[in-house]
Design a protein around this ligand. Sequence first.
Ligand SMILES: [Ca+2]
Length: 150
Amino acid sequence: MGNVTGVKIDKEIMIPIIIFIAVLIFAVLLFFVSKNIARKKASTAEPLTDEAKKMIEPKKVTLTPAALGAAADKLFIAMRGFGTDEKQIYEVFKALQTESDLMALIVAFGKRKSYNFYDGLPAWIADECSQGEIDTINKILADKGINFKF
Ligand SMILES: [Ca+2]
C-alpha cells in the first residue's frame, strides 16, 4: 500500500513540475526573441555613434570628459545584467543641459557588449527600457530643450 501511494504522489508531483519547466523554458525563449525584435525595430531609427560625434558643438558641451565617462559608466551599470535601475538612468539624463551633452554622452558610451548584442546607447535604451521609461527619458530631455528622442 505504501509503495502504491508513493508512486501516485510522485506522478501527481512530476506532471506539474514538467509542465512548469516547459512553461519556464518557453517564457525564457519568448523573452529573448521579443528582446531581439524590440532591438531590431529600434535600431533602424537611431543615429550611430559617429553621427552623434558630428552633431556635437564643442562650446555647448557643459560636462567634462571625466563627467561624461562617469555618466556613461553609470548608465552601463544601471542597465547591464538582469533588471534595469531606471532611477539611475533618469539621474544621468537630468544632469545633461544641452543636446551636445547628450551627443557627447552617446559618444562616451560608445558601443558596449550586452548578452545578445554589441551596440551604442540608443540601442541599449531601446533594449533595456520599457516604452513608459523611454517616454520619461524623452520628457526629461524635452524639458531641457533637447529634442533628441530615444
Ligand atoms: Ca538589464
